[in-house]
Structures are given as C-alpha cells and as structure tokens.
Design a protein around this ligand. Structure first.
Ligand code: 5GP
Ligand code: ZN
Length: 118
C-alpha cells in the first residue's frame, strides 16, 4: 500500500468510493467521472504502478483482475450488448492515476477505438 496513491487509499477505505466488488485481492468501484452509463474501475489491491511495472509475480493477480472484469460485465448486464476495457499507460496512454486499473465502459455504443487526432 502506498499512502500517496489514491487507489491504494480507496482500497484501504481511507477515501470513499462506490464499491461494487471487493475481496482480499481485488476491488472494483464506479468511476467518479463516468464516461458511459456503466463505468467501473477494477484494481488489484496491491500497488502496481502501471503495466510497465508488471512482472512474472503478477501473473496470478492479473488473471484474477480480468476474471472479475468478465464477472462484473455479466453482473451489470452489459456482457451481451458489449463493452470496452481500457488500461491506460503513461502520458500518451492518458494515465492519470498511477495504480494499475482496468476501465470497463458499457451501456451505450462506446464509439471509435481511439480518438482521431493529427
Ligand atoms: P486513467 O486516466 O488513469 O486511466 O483513469 C483514472 C480514472 O480514475 C479516471 O477515469 C477518473 O475519472 C477516475 N478517478 C479519479 N479520481 C477518482 C476518485 O477519487 N474516485 C473514483 N471513483 N474515480 C476517480
Ligand atoms: Zn496504489
């Protein structure tokens, strides 16, 4: 746990969030600024800064995270209509919070895979 890290603090219940799932390894909560009717963030409770910092030791936890993504998609009934999962990494990826997280976006057509820009 990093005391500096917002998502570690959410996982530790030091910062409130609308938690939709929690166990000893992972948790999931609603994004504070939802970009779609369903916008969830799924995180490992252990502090991993980004995909860049993922190691062999993190294989199991990432499996648990992705299994939870699939489960939440069913729970929020977006599994059939569809949804997008996003992991942003560093500046060009648009990462703002440096604790690895998977966005789940659904409940409407999410649109082009990437924003078109010059
Ligand atoms: P990133 O750009 O790092 O992939 O995404 C960070 C996400 O965290 C953003 O979608 C942002 O709205 C969300 N976020 C930032 N601060 C908070 C917060 O305090 N609570 C919750 N629930 N979400 C947050
Ligand atoms: Zn953290």
């Amino acid at each position: 746990m990093s005391t500096e890290c917002l998502f570690c603090r959410i996982a530790a219940k030091e910062v409130p969030a609308q938690m939709v799932y929690e166990d000893d390894q992972v948790c999931a909560f609603k994004d504070i600024s939802p970009q779609a009717p369903v916008h969830l963030l799924v995180i490992p409770k252990q502090h991993i800064e980004s995909l860049n910092l993922l190691t062999e030791q993190d294989r199991d936890i990432m499996g648990v995270v992705m299994e939870r993504v699939a489960h939440l998609a069913r729970q929020f009934k977006i599994h059939e209509s569809g949804y997008r999962t996003i992991i942003n990494t560093n500046q060009d990826g648009g990462q703002v919070v440096f604790h690895l997280h998977v966005h789940i976006l659904g409940g409407r057509a999410i649109g082009p895979m990437v924003a078109r820009s010059s």
